[in-house]
Design a protein around this ligand. Structure first.
Ligand code: ZN
Length: 86
């Protein structure tokens, strides 16, 4: 029972992030759903701003630190630099 609930949550979350547009309110609901089911968004985090939770669009830069490559996306709304490992 609990397992199918979790799978349903995963399906909902993946469907949500495959959309072209989403609002902050919808994102908050989706994050709650993930937390409730103890799901990690990991790679899906790069679709939204870590600071203002809006859809992440903006300038992308690729950087290198030691041997790690990372990507920085500057949020168009709040200018927060979002860093992701790639
Ligand atoms: Zn932002």
């Amino acid at each position: 029972m609990a397992k199918s609930e979790k799978q349903e949550a995963i399906a909902k979350i993946l469907k949500f992030f495959s959309r072209k547009r989403f609002s902050q309110e919808e994102l908050k609901k989706t994050r709650k759903l993930a937390m409730k089911n103890k799901l990690k968004l990991s790679r899906l985090r790069q679709f939204y701003c870590q600071s203002c939770f809006s859809q992440l669009k903006g300038q992308t830069r690729i950087g290198k630190k030691e041997r790690l490559l990372y990507k920085t996306v500057i949020c168009r709304k709040c200018k927060h630099p979002n860093k992701f490992k790639i």
